[in-house]
Design a protein around this ligand. Structure first.
Ligand SMILES: [Zn+2]
Ligand SMILES: [Zn+2]
Length: 169
């Protein structure tokens, strides 16, 4: 068995395909596939594997095989590396794996959509930078406006929380 074939079996298995389906795709017998999968810890329920190894799949096979169909990707020597063999595969993968979460930005308090993860804190990079590195400047800016009786158009969430927090806490 060639390295390429081994990789393909692994990849397809991670994507939740059964032995028979992999056999059809690779042209090897079902027994060969099953034997190989057993020896390499790729046996068990396909759906379970799919979930368990989703992360591994993404890390290990990214840029080599299409995340969606397992076909080898023709990478351009220059430009961004592709994860999918085609736009159709990209769309299909995203439809299955990427759930849109509505989250609230920790800096500006605006709602934003996050693809595939609910662990994003900020709506964009600017909010991230402001919240991490500009707290003093933001506080000074807000204080200056208050002293000058000017309208404060934007109050960062952390500052709002601070101002409105219970002093007994
Ligand atoms: Zn594909
Ligand atoms: Zn924001």
């Amino acid at each position: 068995m060639t390295d390429e074939l081994r990789q393909k079996i692994k990849s397809l298995r991670y994507q939740g395909l059964g032995y028979k389906q992999i056999a059809n795709t690779t042209g090897l017998s079902r027994d060969t596939i099953r034997g190989y999968c057993k020896r390499n810890g790729l046996h068990g329920i396909a759906a379970g594997l799919k979930k368990e190894y989703h992360k591994v799949m993404e890390e290990e096979f990214i840029f080599i095989l299409c995340l969606n169909c397992g076909k080898e990707i023709n990478q351009n020597p220059i430009g961004p590396r592709k994860k999918y063999c085609s736009m159709a595969c990209k769309r299909e993968w995203e439809k299955i794996h990427k759930i849109k979460y509505t989250l609230t930005c920790e800096y500006c308090g605006k709602e934003f959509k996050s693809l595939g993860t609910r662990h994003r804190k900020y709506c964009d990079h600017n909010c991230y930078t402001r919240d991490r590195f500009w707290r003093e400047e933001d506080a000074a800016d807000v204080a200056k406006k208050i002293i000058e009786f000017r309208k404060v158009n934007h109050l960062p969430k952390w500052l709002k929380d601070l101002l409105l927090s219970d002093p007994e806490e």
